[in-house]
Design a protein around this ligand. Sequence first.
Ligand code: CA
Ligand code: CA
Ligand code: CA
Ligand code: CA
Length: 250
Amino acid sequence: MLFCQYFLIDRNTALNTGMTYALLYYVILMSKNPFVGSIKMKNINKLIQIGLLSASFFSVSAQAAVISEIEANDSIATAQNIDAAFSVGSNSDIANSATMPWVSILSSGTASYDYYTFSATAGSAGIFDIDYGMNQGGSFDPELVLFGPGGVYITNNDDASTSNGAGGSIHSYDPYISYTFASTGMYTIGVCEYSCGGGNGGMSGNIPEATDTYTLQVSVQNHSTSNIPEPGTLLLLGLGLAGISRKFKM
Ligand SMILES: [Ca+2]
Ligand SMILES: [Ca+2]
Ligand SMILES: [Ca+2]
Ligand SMILES: [Ca+2]
């Protein structure tokens, strides 16, 4: 099915795809109606509906793995659980995005530490990649701190090469951690601001300011995914396109 190719594309691509479909239908209509003057306003309205319908459908699919930070996630105990948000699909800001389950977390800046928790299995690879940190958006110098089951400190990273973690970073102050999970259990990744770090139980040092924003890409090999659009969405799309097609007699 054609639409399956577009699961988990980013929002801009989704909107562009929707508009492309609208243009495609317009060309089809024009080929059957060579005179511009013969196109009635109600048909123009239907074209717009097709575009919006396509755009909304693709957007719903695209956002399965893109989530927003939810406060208060200021400690390991109150970390935001991201287990239900993992998906697989092409994302130019995430390495191995087509094969390795990922979550993209958008932070709007909250003047506090941010912790995100998830499950992982022993021997699986994990990638933690800050994008749009330094010199982009609400620019700041972020750090990442990784904790294992029980809040045990594992490692941290301050700065990394911009070539790590595919696109999204233009300055080496954006951190990146690659780690193979030693045991099965709940892990936690934390975001703080240079100069900071961590020990068993949590982060310490500078707290991001309210104007500091970032995107955190979390990739966990072998994590369960849930990127299938709800049946109701597909049904709605089918009914909508069928109804519009009948009116166009296509
Ligand atoms: Ca990236
Ligand atoms: Ca927080
Ligand atoms: Ca990055
Ligand atoms: Ca840094």
